[in-house]
Design a protein around this ligand. Sequence first.
Ligand SMILES: [Zn+2]
Length: 310
Amino acid sequence: MSRRYQARPVEPIKCRMPELPDVTVYVERLEDRLAGRALQRLRLLNPFVLRSVAPPLDAVAGRKVKGVRRMGKRIVFELEGALFLVLHLMIAGRLRWLAKNKKPPGRISLAALEFEDGTLIFTEAGTKRRASIHLVEGEAALAAMDPGGLEVLEAGPEEFAARLKADRHTLKRALTDPRLFSGIGNAYSDEILHRAKLSPFAQTSSLSDEDVKRLYDATRATLAEWTERLRREAGADFPEKVTAFREGMAVHGRFRKPCPVCGSPVQRIVYAENETNYCARCQTGGKILADRALSRLLKASWPRSIDELD
Ligand SMILES: [Zn+2]
């Protein structure tokens, strides 16, 4: 990043990292559009987006897309010959479909995946270049990139409990750790914890069996309901509005607005570039954490930055 950008004030949080529901819908739309089709060429419009060295990028030319899948918060294109193209959107990375011969948008375009009748453009808004592409060969190389988080929608309550209690963390940290749980980030963890009526600061070790079961149910319900909702909104199109804070979220992005359950104003904790929201009445027994206690907690077990979150 160039020096002159560093003095700029921090921009208000406008977009967020796509998480399991968003990435799932992307993957479904991509699979529909691209499975069985040949990727004619992958053109880098910003060389820094490619983070792997072998195999060379021109190895993809002419190979058919066998399928598209999600790995954590990443999107994986499986190409013929066991080549895998792994895209991480990070915060501001997005995909859009351009009809044949349309020019990709200037500065923000990172890469163009060219198909016979159109081009998939990988863009990243803002000045930070975090979004990435890796090209790897073979399932083993792909698996090595997987942070290994549990797929909660496919897991039973015992597996969930074991992961959660494996280490002592705050709930916020545990839910958003990609090595523990797959595809959950800042936004949906806020929604999950509100639904489960649990404090983001609670320690995993202090949870009763009943709390853990409620958290398991809330996690599954939140992820499944949002996936369904985004799927309906996207229809047959690309999910263009994936970035926005969404109407219909209970607490995330709703600082000072009334909690939909009890009407109390939603609280916030600002850290690094993130903001966590919770309802004190529903989740922390009315307690708003004081600064000193908070900073202790933030040091001990809190996702320090977005980069740490996969
Ligand atoms: Zn409330």
